[in-house]
Design a protein around this ligand. Sequence first.
Ligand code: ADP
Ligand code: ZN
Ligand code: ZN
Length: 810
Amino acid sequence: MGYAEVSVNSPVAQRRTFSYSIPPELDINVGQAVWVPFGDKLLQGVVLELTRLPAVEETREIDGVIEPRPILSPAHVLLARWISEHYLSPLFDAVALMLPPGFERRAITFISAPKTLPEPDISSLTQGQRDALAFIQRRGKVSLRELEKELGKKRAQSITSQLVGRGLAVRNYELEPVKVRPKEELYLSLAVNAVEAQQEAAGLRGRRAAKQAALLDFLTHQSEPVSLAEARRGIGCDKATADALVGKGLVAYQRIAVKREPISYEGISPSLPLSLTAAQEAAFKSIRDSLRRQATGEVFLLHGVTGSGKTEIYLQALAEAVRLGKRGIVLVPEIALTPQTIERFGSRFPHKVAVLHSKLSLGEQFDEWRRIENGEFDVVIGPRSAIFAPQPDLGLIVVDEEYEWTYKQHDKSPRYHARDVAIKLAELTGAVVILGSATPDVATYHRAQQGGYHLLQLPERVTPRDGSAMPQVQVVDLREELKAGNRSLFSRSLSEAITRAVAKGEQVILFLNRRGGETFIQCRNCGFVLRCKRCDVPLTHHFTEDVLVCHQCNRRTLVPQSCPRCSSRRIKFLGIGTQKLERETGYTFPQARLLRWDSDVTKGRYSHGEILSRFRAHDADILIGTQMIAKGLDLPLITLDGVVTADTSLNLPDFRAGERTFQLLSQVAGRAGRGSLGGRVIIQSYSPEHYAIQAAAKHDYTSFYKKEIAYRRQLNQPPFTRLALLVYSHANDALCQRETERMKRLLAEEIDSRGIADLDIIGPAPAFIHKLRGRFRWQIILRGSEPSALLSQLPIPRGWTIDIDPVTLL
Ligand code: ADP
Ligand code: ZN
Ligand code: ZN
């Protein structure tokens, strides 16, 4: 007898598998989904391993197979295990990432009376048991849920157990109905030959069954099965008529799956590969050679500004993979998954591109998944979860804009990073990875510098305009504005540029990064920002207590009356949001028509698409929004991009604030002036000398990287160390604080007793977003070479979330 190690869909299963014996009548394979008994329930599980011996003495049997063919490939089984271990997530959470959409189903428990009923002896039963038994007998079969409604949860469960124990009732399990099925249509064809059909039709006409006769006649003249819908259109036949003929054995039904196509290829014409520039050619050759060597798992970092031709390289590398009999997955940030992007891939690989997108209906996702599994597509394109698509013969994975934070799932378990998962999957399958970016993640670039990844550079745009490859960027010093008596949100330069652009009928975008905008304290005279002396992160102002708090170590200080550096009393909160900016813009430029684009607006009145098309139609002169609008906006009339303040993201209490600012500003700066009118960027700041701002203005990644990596090394931050962020949340703030302090003590003791040298604990402190949906949040940061090694060995109580390699500490 064989045994299986099964990952079970239960919250108590955590990171382990459970041993089950395989009954002789079942054919069990690795990756298969099965039903297993677990406690008194029947749960879903996935077989991760077959063994000759169980891990425990007593095992129960696998109850049944959910689907005969394995749903996880051997590589995906290993990937699931890796995710669970690496990110400390429950194993089934990791497995679930790879299940077909809508797969997770519950078993429903039913209680019924036994089939062979000896007249039950109810004399010894309690009144409650008698009532329940009568209820079950009356209905024949009752779901446990119904019984719970009738008797209350606890009582229903205990009475059921008692009745089952006495043999007066039996428990059965049935599957919850399937949520999605492949979409099927009913097709009709003759079940008899044409001659017989004609005779029958004549007979039916005589018996005044004209509709049935008409349908038979119709079907006689079809060479292939006809859908019911078509028959309805053709001769107005209804379902009852068809049913009647099926009942007489003259017509047969057939269910045929219909394809839902998420890409409409209408209007997409096939495109041919472009002939590559010298820089593209060099980069492409390295990738091609790696693909041809097969099974390398190599990683390429393709570093090139926007418009340098990275996407063309992705397309040609994918084509090469296809020539080699392989397939690819392309990850793009959710917001960049636009019709234009899809069109570009669709036109190069007509009808061979699958799109996985959260906006698709569950049914569409399910269909795509199945078709991918069947090997119908050369390319799967989608946001982070598309990395788990069951693409067979994986040869190439592209991660576009690899630095994007949305690749990290931060809000639920597993808190995985799709880029890191992609690299692991490539290692397991031998696929090649291309990480593409204009502003690579500092850690990625560092790795490439160290030789861990192959670095490929595309230094220039494919089509530089007017001799200057990139738009001009001007950095305005807001301190000078104040000295000149200008207290408005708009510097003189920005104000003049806006007026001029609007007068000429051109369009303007104003960017604001609202997040954190109201929280730090900055001197408007000298630009000084108050920071924690211990942690070097900006202090956050807490309005309620009017104190400054460090969100890493919880150090508290009073708000100073004057600037510690220049003694100016103009020390002030820089609190502006997009709404306030919209108001001020309205006062300052009354002649301009405004449009605001932020998550508040898109949650309510308009969708992203609607706002975009209104702006495209020139319904407004100035578009105001957060940096999320920097992407995908490529309109010819936009000639000016203004960053109202670069300081908000720069002063977030996070070690990646500089990197984040550089990325955001580079995106804005790289975006401008793509139309024939050219373009200009103006960045306003109270700390214009900051290297992140300076480097972004000069489109100079290298100088940014050098400063940033030196700073990370000096402060011992990633990539020179690793972090784990532990957050505890609870409705009671004081309890939250106590629990994090308790956890800190526990961690400190463990570090001590195990003699771990390089692991420090930072905190506890209130999280930057201290209160979220009615719950308070406190956090601890564990920093060292391997924080998860310690955490994996400790029981982590409920209420805690752990984020390994967090992309942000906020
Ligand atoms: P990126 O992905 O780096 O932003 P793209 O691949 O989108 O760059 O290229 C930018 C523009 O240049 C696109 O319009 C693309 O069609 C064009 N392009 C790219 N490579 C070539 C080439 N070798 N010859 C001509 N045009 C090219
Ligand atoms: Zn000052
Ligand atoms: Zn501090």
